[in-house]
Design a protein around this ligand. Structure first.
Ligand code: UD1
Length: 423
């Protein structure tokens, strides 16, 4: 069977509007949280249609929950009154990083969890030591045997104060999931502050939990013994929005992104303004206009929220390849997150990578070539590269992109690009 690819005829200005999908990184923890709902149904709206969401629903079903998507595929109802499974096989765990959140959710619900190591994008070593340390201090026995992590709750969860060594998104969410139904007060210090964590807090609270502080670096969880069904609407995907915004800055033109929450984008909006884009909030969305070549910004350093998101670094690097001047990217979250750089070089980009730093000397233009997505956000950078380049670009490795973008060719077509999926 031949491999499908995205075919892009580049060098067109963008023009048009698209609606930004629901947020993958909020939907996945909220779906895992549905496992805690003993009574009634949890209904999640604005859920993006993604392979990661399908895989999460499959894990829920393996454990005994029933998941029903509506016709649009954007609303999912989860009934988890009968949870009988306590193990998730390696193959399922391996499909994505967020499967690790079932450690907290399953332990909370059943007191047991046997899991393989989570997969996800290869962007550096992605240990789960902080999750394990926090779980142990909450009273969970954890052993590893033949690649399987065996977790057993000794008796009840022992609420405590947890200080994370760094503000890990996954560890913060996992602790919230484990403790949402425990008795007593757990405090997470140096918690991650990402908006997706606020979404998880709001969903758990809608189910009856008492969690405060998400969005700040101290989260206080007072468990509720049982959680009930609730309806919840997932926030818009800030990384998908930033992908389209970076593309508009690189290609020029004027686009309208419907449904964006610009409060989540502050730092990147300021970078885009420095690059010469004009941004205007209106009518439940954001207009991005750009004329001429983007200006280089001296340095873009990825940081924990509210700093510049590591997930947006590849898209901004693609835009920087045609900026007027040199942009230095410093990646401080993941140590192997420049795998898109050699692929952008195939399009003619001038990039030097040295450890966690990439120097991008902007050029007047790029030219079409065959490139390969090696991870989700790196794949988005390939698409932007293709939109910028003269001639035709083929982007292979599309399943990586489909893990996080509902339909990137539809969205960019709506924004005036000449892009098609070829099977
Ligand atoms: C989440 C996002 C991902 C994003 C990342 C950082 C989801 C599903 N994924 O990933 O898209 O790129 O946040 O914003 O929401 N670390 C440890 N030990 C641990 C846990 C993490 O050393 O136990 C390190 C990681 O290697 C990394 C840093 O902490 O260097 C941040 O990782 P973390 O915030 O946990 O990222 P994820 O939750 O995996």
């Amino acid at each position: 069977m031949t491999e499908g690819y995205l075919s892009i005829n580049g060098r067109r200005k963008l023009s048009g509007e698209t609606r930004v999908q629901g947020c993958k990184n909020a939907a996945l923890p909220c779906l895992a949280a549905c496992l805690l709902c003993e009574k009634g149904e949890a209904c999640i709206e604005n859920c993006p249609r993604l392979t990661d969401v399908e895989n999460t629903a499959q894990i829920l079903e393996t454990l005994g929950a029933v998941c029903c998507f509506d016709e649009s595929g954007h609303a999912v109802t989860v009934k988890a009154e009968n949870v009988f499974g306590t193990a998730i096989d390696n193959e399922m765990m391996n499909r994505m990083r967020s499967s690790v959140l079932f450690m907290g959710a399953l332990l909370s619900r059943t007191g047991e969890a046997d899991l393989g190591y989570p997969g996800g994008c290869e962007i550096g070593s992605r240990p789960i030591d902080m999750h394990i340390r926090a779980f142990r201090s909450l009273g969970v026995d954890i052993e590893e045997e033949g690649g399987i992590i065996r977790c057993r709750l000794r008796s009840k969860i022992k609420p405590c104060q947890i200080s994370l060594l760094c503000p890990s998104v996954g560890a913060t969410e996992n602790i919230m999931l484990l403790t949402a139904r425990s008795e007593g007060e757990t405090v997470i210090r140096n918690a991650a502050r990402e908006p997706e964590i606020v979404d998880l807090q709001n969903f758990l609270n809608a189910m009856g939990a008492d969690i405060r502080g998400a969005g700040s670096d101290i989260i206080v969880i007072n468990g509720a013994p049982s959680l009930r069904g609730a309806e919840f609407r997932i926030m818009p995907d800030r990384i998908a929005a930033l992908t389209y915004m970076a593309a508009a800055a690189a290609c020029g033109g004027k686009i309208f992104l419907r449904g964006v929450n610009s409060e989540h984008l502050a730092i990147c909006m300021s970078v885009l303004r420095d690059m010469g884009a004009s941004l205007r909030r209106a009518d439940g969305g954001l207009t991005v206009s750009m004329s001429g070549r983007p200006r280089a910004v001296n340095m873009i350093k990825t940081l924990y929220y509210p700093g510049f998101p590591t997930d947006a670094q590849p898209a901004f690097m693609a835009a920087a390849t045609v900026a007027d001047g040199t942009t230095v990217f410093v990646e401080s979250i993941f140590e192997n997150r420049f795998r898109h750089a050699p692929e952008l070089k195939k399009l003619g980009a001038d990039i030097d990578v040295n450890m966690c730093q990439a120097t991008v000397r902007g050029k007047e233009s790029l030219s079409g070539a065959e490139v390969r997505a090696s991870d989700l956000r790196g794949g988005a950078a390939m698409v932007i590269g293709g939109l910028i380049a003269d001639g035709t670009t083929r982007v292979y490795g599309v399943p990586h992109i489909e893990r996080g973008y509902e339909n990137i060719s539809r969205d960019f077509s709506d924004l005036g690009a000449d892009i098609r999926m070829i099977y």
